[in-house]
Design a binder for this molecule. Structure first.
Ligand SMILES: *[C@@H]1O[C@H](CO)[C@@H](O)[C@H](O)[C@H]1NC(C)=O
Ligand SMILES: *[C@@H]1O[C@H](CO)[C@@H](O)[C@H](O)[C@H]1NC(C)=O
Ligand SMILES: *[C@@H]1O[C@H](CO)[C@@H](O)[C@H](O)[C@H]1NC(C)=O
Length: 269
């Protein structure tokens, strides 16, 4: 009963990004926490950021029962791309580590009832030093991701300033929409503004993003998990009203994303 009432209130009053994506909190798997920027496929072929890693994880999600529980996103984080754009100025995957290309990888996910997420950055470079998607590249890169059949895009904020972020995050939202492909949009913007009003405008975020990283990265330690939980607890009066169907706070993987060793989704519900 309460659930029905709350849902009704959300649908009546909360305006969310109108792309039909993430009506429930997204669940899946993300490479960063465990695999970081390991690009050494010669010495560490099992753990390096490569198409094989994402295909392996897709097999696990689809064959071991995770997909049926709702874990459908397989998300690439930083360090997937080549250091150079192609001759048409488009981003391209590292040819050695992703020999089949991102389009084939997206197809691999779709064939298994899964979705592919990819990563970019608002600045001149990604946090790991790969080509960024600054203002003038936003439309081109949004179109590239749509052409590849990508289902979700995480837009990080390293090497950009507050003015560029203020322009870039809404611009990317428009550009993704203009491709005509529904692509879930995850914004790291608030994490670069301290996560709280008055710097962060959660009303605006809900209108332009499906998901946003409020706070720092999760690390492989219990202290890190606790610090994230504490921050969300302390600021719940601001954060709870910001969320609803199609627009969610993202405490990094604490909410929903599995580690390599299948971190139990204790905080999911
Ligand atoms: C683009 O935005 C319009 C208006 O908000 C919406 O109706 C449409 O579904 C969106 N399309 C995509 C692909 O996100
Ligand atoms: C932000 O970066 C842009 C482009 O590099 C620059 O033109 C602008 O002056 C910077 N703004 C601030 C407030 O630092
Ligand atoms: C926050 O964003 C909303 C929607 O875009 C806007 O109407 C409102 O004026 C903004 N609030 C502030 C304090 O800037």
């Amino acid at each position: 009963m309460y659930g029905a009432v709350i849902f009704l209130v959300c649908t009546l009053y909360a305006s969310a990004l109108d792309n039909g994506q993430m009506l429930t909190p997204p669940m899946g798997w993300l490479a960063w926490e465990r695999f970081r920027c390991d690009i050494d496929c010669v010495n560490d072929p099992k753990n390096c950021i490569s198409e094989k890693l994402f295909m392996d994880m897709a097999d696990r999600l689809s064959e071991d029962g995770w997909r049926e529980l709702g874990y459908v996103y397989v998300n690439i984080d930083d360090c997937w791309s080549s250091m150079d754009r192609d001759k048409d100025g488009r981003l391209q995957a590292d040819p050695k580590r992703f020999p089949s290309g991102i389009k084939k990888l997206a197809q691999y996910m779709h064939d298994r009832g899964l979705k592919l997420g990819i990563y970019g950055d608002m600045g001149t470079h990604t946090c790991g030093g790969y080509p960024g998607t600054p203002l003038e590249k936003i439309e081109l890169d949004a179109q590239t991701f749509a052409d590849w059949g990508v289902d979700m895009f995480k837009y990080d904020g390293c090497y950009s300033n507050a003015t560029e972020q203020e322009q870039g995050y809404p611009l990317m939202s428009k550009a993704l929409n203009a491709t005509g492909r529904p692509i879930g949009y995850s914004c790291s913007w608030p994490a670069y503004q301290g996560g709280l009003p008055p710097k962060v405008n959660y009303t605006q975020l809900g209108e332009i993003c499906n998901l946003w990283r409020n706070y720092g990265d999760i690390q492989d330690s219990w202290d890190s998990i606790l610090s994230i939980v504490d921050w969300f607890f302390e600021n719940q009066d601001v954060l709870i009203p910001a969320a609803g169907p199609g627009k969610w706070n993202d405490p990094d993987m604490v909410r929903n994303l599995l580690k390599h060793n299948f971190f139990p989704p204790v905080f999911c519900r």
